[in-house]
Design a protein around this ligand. Structure first.
Ligand code: GTP
Ligand code: MG
Length: 302
C-alpha cells in the first residue's frame, strides 16, 4: 500500500521445475495451504500440470506444478509429461527450481540449464533442510551455487515443515510484473473437483502399490454427484495387464479396500462433506500409448 492509498498489485505465473521426487508438489501445496497436487515417495507422482494460486497482500502468484523432467522419455506418457514442462516455461513470469538440499545430483544439471536460460527472474529452493542434521552443511553448497548460478535467488526451505517458505513467496512476489489478479482471490487451483478426485485416488495407488505398478495405472471418474447427504463418486482404475488387476484388488479385495478408504477420507477433507466412493478396476491394454486417452487427460479439468 503506497502513501496515496493506491495498492500496486503484481501478478504472474511461476513455473516450478526440478527432477522427480525433490518435493515440488509438497512445496506448492504448502504455499497454497491445501492439497491441490498429489505427492508420494515415488518419482513421477505428478503427471498433469496443476496450477496452484497463492495471494499475498499485494500479489497473486500462479504456480505451475509440473511432472519431474524426464531426461530420456520412453513412452508417449513420458513425452506428454515433458510437454507439460515446456508449456509451463512458455508462459512464465518467474521460474522456481527445486532441489534436494542434501545432494546435488547429475540429473539436476540439465534443469539448472533450463533455469539459467529462462528470460525472467529465477529462484532456487534448496528443499528438505529439515533432513540436515547440521545446517552449516548448507554453506559450501550455497557458496558453490552462488558462483555457478549467478542472478539466481537461492532460498533454503522445508516444504514439509514450512520453514523458509514465506520468505521464498515474498521474494518471488517482489519480482513479479505489475498486474491485476488473474483469478478470484478465493480460487486456489485451475483444476476441477472431479480432476482432483481422480488424483486423490491415484495418490493412494502411488503410495500403496509396489514400485513398478503405479506408473501403469490411470484413474477416471465416471460419476460425481452432490446428493443432499453426501457426494457420490465412482472411480474406474485402469491397469494395462490382467496380472496388475489382481495386484490392485489384493487378496480378498483387501488392497482395493484400503486404497478406497484412504482416498475417501482425503476426498472428504477436500470437499468438506461426507463422500461415498465406489471403485472398480478395469484392464485396458496399452493405455499409456493410446493417443486418444492421452489427449483426454491432457485437457484441463476432466
Ligand atoms: N523430509 C522432507 N520430505 C519432503 C519435503 N518435501 C517433500 N518431501 C517428501 O519427498 C517426497 C516427494 O515429494 P513430492 O512433492 O511428491 O515430489 P515431486 O518433486 O512433486 O515429485 P514428482 O511429482 O514425482 O516429480 C514425498 O515423500 C514428500 O513427503 C521436505 O521439505 N522435507
Ligand atoms: Mg509432484
Amino acid at each position: 500500500m503506497s502513501g496515496s492509498g493506491v495498492t500496486t498489485t503484481r501478478c504472474g505465473h511461476v513455473a516450478v521445475i526440478g527432477r522427480p521426487n525433490v518435493g515440488k508438489s509438497t512445496l506448492v501445496n504448502r504455499i497454497i495451504g491445501q492439497k491441490i497436487s498429489i505427492t508420494s515417495r515415488k518419482p513421477q507422482t505428478t503427471r498433469y500440470r496443476v496450477l496452484g494460486i497463492a495471494n499475498t497482500a499485494d500479489a497473486q502468484l500462479i504456480f505451475a506444478d509440473t511432472p519431474g523432467w524426464q531426461p530420456r522419455p520412453r513412452t508417449q506418457l513420458d513425452k506428454l509429461m515433458n510437454r507439460q514442462i515446456d508449456a509451463a516455461l512458455a508462459e512464465m513470469a518467474a521460474v522456481l527450481m527445486v532441489v534436494d538440499a542434501r545432494a546435488w545430483k547429475p540429473e539436476d544439471d540439465p534443469i539448472a540449464e533450463l533455469l539459467l536460460n529462462a528470460p525472467c527472474p529465477r529462484f532456487l529452493a534448496l528443499n528438505k533442510i529439515d533432513q540436515l542434521k547440521d545446517k552449516a552443511a548448507l554453506l559450501p553448497l550455497l557458496a558453490e551455487l552462488g558462483t555457478r548460478l549467478p542472478e539466481v535467488e537461492i532460498v533454503p526451505v522445508s516444504a514439509m515443515k514450512g520453514s523458509g517458505v514465506a520468505r521464498l513467496v515474498e521474494a518471488i512476489a517482489a519480482r513479479l510484473p505489475p498486474g491485476e489478479p488473474e483469478y478470484p482471490v478465493d480460487q486456489i487451483t485451475n483444476r476441477s473437483e472431479r480432476f482432483l478426485a481422480a488424483e486423490l485416488v491415484r495418490e493412494q495407488l502411488m503410495r500403496q502399490l509396489g514400485d513398478e505398478l503405479p506408473y501403469a495405472v490411470n484413474v477416471v471418474i465416471t460419476k460425481f454427484e452432490d446428493r443432499p447427504e453426501r457426494t457420490h463418486i465412482d472411480a474406474e482404475i485402469w491397469v494395462e495387464k490382467p496380472g496388475q488387476k489382481a495386484i490392485v484388488i489384493g487378496k480378498g479385495g483387501a488392497r482395493l479396500k484400503e486404497v478406497g478408504t484412504a482416498a475417501r477420507m482425503a476426498l472428504e477433507r477436500m470437499l468438506d462433506r461426507p463422500v461415498f466412493l465406489h471403485t472398480q478396476v478395469r484392464q485396458r491394454d496399452g493405455w499409456t500409448e493410446d493417443a486418444r486417452v492421452l489427449s483426454q487427460i491432457e485437457r484441463d479439468g476432466q
